[in-house]
Write a protein that binds this ligand. Structure first.
Ligand SMILES: Nc1ncnc2c1ncn2[C@@H]1O[C@H](COP(=O)(O)OP(=O)(O)OP(=O)(O)O)[C@@H](O)[C@H]1O
Ligand SMILES: O=C(O)C1=C[C@@H](O)[C@@H](O)[C@H](O)C1
Ligand SMILES: [Mg+2]
Length: 200
């Protein structure tokens, strides 16, 4: 059996990027998903491929607050962090036409979710527990995982959050494949999505 070539496979990378930028019409691509799903690292590579600016709401919050995320959680608590996150994401979405990596909990906030729906095309990077745990072990600095049993926390977060992440416009699996494979899968899914979903 021969594999059917997808019509978009004939486009050059810069033609693909231009088609996506046109289809977005000022909206941003907004990556959502759990800690370790790849929002920051896949997002940066995706932005480079699409020739769009890359922004990361976690990094922007740290910049605005002049504190790290663990310091913000420790000093002011999670509710304060979520308010700041919503404001930062509103500002970034107003700039338009970017790839935006959100913090893992951002899409759970109804206000943030409404902003993303209004100004963005959301992409859930979905991964299994084992993959997520393997990835988050590489770097600390995630206050929610500072617990005696981080895997139990991650399991609980999956149960709470996956039904909400599943309402994103697009879902892409972020399993055991290299970053560029996930980037390719996002690009293909966005190309398929945009023609039937112009801005409201
Ligand atoms: N597809 C992938 N292949 C290999 N490694 C990956 C892949 N996606 C992510 N990783 C690795 O997993 C780790 C976490 O990824 P990343 O920081 O992008 O996740 P995140 O979704 O931004 O998490 P957080 O919500 O905590 O910011 C990084 O070390 C990254 O290189
Ligand atoms: O999943 C979460 O709720 C979080 C994920 C990180 O990206 C940070 O935004 C913060 O550590 C909270
Ligand atoms: Mg990140």
């Amino acid at each position: 059996m021969t594999l059917q070539q997808h019509p978009d496979d004939r486009l050059t990378p810069s033609a693909v990027a231009a088609r996506i930028r046109r289809g977005l019409r000022g909206r941003s691509l907004v990556l959502v998903g759990l800690m370790g799903s790849g929002k920051s690292t896949v997002g940066r590579r995706l932005a480079a491929r699409l020739e769009l600016p890359f922004v990361d709401s976690d990094a922007e919050i740290e910049k605005a607050a002049g504190k790290t995320i663990p310091e913000i959680f420790a000093t002011h608590g999670e509710a304060f962090f979520r308010d700041g996150e919503r404001r930062v994401i509103a500002r970034l979405l107003a700039e338009g036409g970017q790839v935006l990596a959100t913090g893992g909990g951002a899409f759970m906030d109804p206000g943030t979710r409404a902003l993303v729906r209004a100004r963005g095309v959301s992409v859930w990077l979905k991964a299994d527990l084992d993959v997520l745990m393997k990835r988050v072990r590489k770097r600390g600095g995630r206050p929610l995982l500072q617990a005696p049993d981080p895997e139990a926390v991650m399991r609980r977060l999956m149960e709470e959050r996956y039904p909400v992440y599943a309402t994103a416009d697009i879902t892409v699996e972020s399993h055991e494949s290299p970053h560029e494979v996930v980037v390719d899968a996002v690009i293909r899914a966005v190309l398929d999505y945009l023609p039937d979903h112009p801005p409201a």
